[in-house]
Design a protein around this ligand. Structure first.
Ligand SMILES: [Zn+2]
Length: 403
């Protein structure tokens, strides 16, 4: 029987696993119930299992039966496991039972698929010419869980550093259900944040000459930043700067002491990322200086650009094509401007992040509620195929000659 057929045999188990996890979502770096669930599912396989210190991660190593002890090799498969602070509104019979928490980004499907891949590969361990590291990660939603797992050694869990890494993400909109999505080069954006406090001197609104008004200066920072985005950055390497917070003042005839701005700053190359940081400082400080005011800038580095290595992405595409055919593969023409902390793994080892559309049957992909919506619905009929792709990526990557 093919691995894909094996995957379809365990499909019902994966649906049960996923729905149980969906009912009991946990948020952040500390996911004790979820960790327990994964440990219980892996237990019968006898893998080498470790858990995290800074977070409730699970790292499991499957030793290949044909591993060469003198020249060991390993590859890594990753799933994130955390939910979001969202009140579920899907009306599904397996909806979240936890108030204010929901698996609205489909990480429950990722976890189920990776558990499935562990079972599939375990059944074929005698064929494996190397080891597989399974990375079950908390804290993807803004908490840098992948970075903690790297610091705690996940990339070296098998002994040798993993030579390639693959992650998968389901989407509840965009492409038709069942499509596997690949994209060489940048696939997702870096996501940084700037918080700017413009400091002036408050006073009477009738007499601005006796005050230093921070509000028009804050407005000018927004305008000047947007001008800089269009004049100082190539249209062929896009950047997005959105000021989502503008806060100042209490009454029309009172000039406040301060104005406060916050922006999300996204792009698709390390070069632009560094230049954006410099630009935001230069523009904000320069505009303030022009008006005799000062500002304070806090600039938080979020996730880096998710950069898919060319040859690993071509490899992943080939595997998807062989398993599921041309009609179930989409190559994204451009990246999307969300961000993802698997980017940290791809900074360390070559690999690829693969998309999988889980748009429910009958729904229009362009109108369906997207990831993070309280109404986002992920069709778990994709679970067996997703598990099969994970497993085939590891199996075939270890079977091919070392690049
Ligand atoms: Zn996600």
């Amino acid at each position: 029987m093919s691995l894909l057929q094996d995957a379809r045999e365990i499909h019902d188990d994966l649906v049960v696993f996923r729905r149980e996890m969906h009912r009991e979502p946990e948020i952040g770096l500390d996911l004790p119930r979820t960790q327990e669930r994964v440990l219980a599912a892996l237990d019968p396989l006898g893998l080498e299992v470790g858990t995290g210190s800074a977070l409730t991660s699970v790292t499991a190593v499957l030793r290949g039966g044909r591993r060469d002890a003198a020249n060991p090799r390993a590859v890594l498969l990753r799933a994130d496991m955390d939910a979001l602070p969202v009140q579920e509104e899907t009306g599904l019979d397996y909806s979240s039972r936890v108030d204010g928490a929901m698996h609205a980004c489909g990480h429950d499907l990722h976890t189920a698929m990776l558990v499935g891949a562990a079972r599939l590969l375990h059944a074929r361990r005698d064929e494996l010419p190397g080891d597989v590291v399974f990375m079950f990660q908390p804290g993807e939603e803004g908490l840098h869980g992948a970075r903690y797992m790297i610091e705690e050694g996940v990339l070296d869990a098998a002994g040798p550093r993993v030579e390639a890494a693959f992650g998968m993400h389901v989407f509840s909109a965009i492409d038709p259900g069942g499509q596997f999505i690949t994209k060489p080069g940048p696939m997702l954006a870096s996501g940084d944040e700037a918080r700017i406090t413009v400091r002036g001197r408050g006073g009477h609104g009738s007499t601005p000459v006796l005050a230093q008004d921070p509000i028009p200066v804050a407005a000018e920072i927004i305008t000047a930043t947007n001008v800089a985005v269009t004049r100082q950055f190539s249209v062929f390497d896009p950047v997005v700067v959105t000021f989502g917070v503008l806060r100042a003042g209490t009454k029309s005839n009172v000039i406040p002491d301060e104005a406060h701005l916050e922006a999300t700053i996204r792009c698709f190359s390390d070069d632009n990322r560094a230049r954006l940081r410099e630009m935001v400082h230069r523009v904000a400080e320069g505009v303030c200086a022009a008006h005799g005011l000062t500002c304070e800038i806090e600039y938080d580095a979020g996730y880096p650009v998710t950069l898919n290595e060319e040859s690993e992405t071509e490899f992943a595409r080939q595997v998807a094509l062989e398993l599921f055919g041309e009609q179930r593969h989409t190559r994204w023409p451009h990246p999307i401007s969300g961000s993802e902390d698997f980017a940290y793994v791809l900074q360390q080892v070559p690999g690829s992040f693969v998309g999988l559309s889980a748009v429910p049957e009958g729904a229009d992909p362009l109108r369906a509620d997207f990831n993070h919506s309280p109404r986002a619905t992920f069709d778990d009929r994709v679970l067996a195929d997703g598990a099969a792709l994970y497993a085939e990526l590891a199996l075939r990557r270890l079977t091919t000659a070392r690049p």
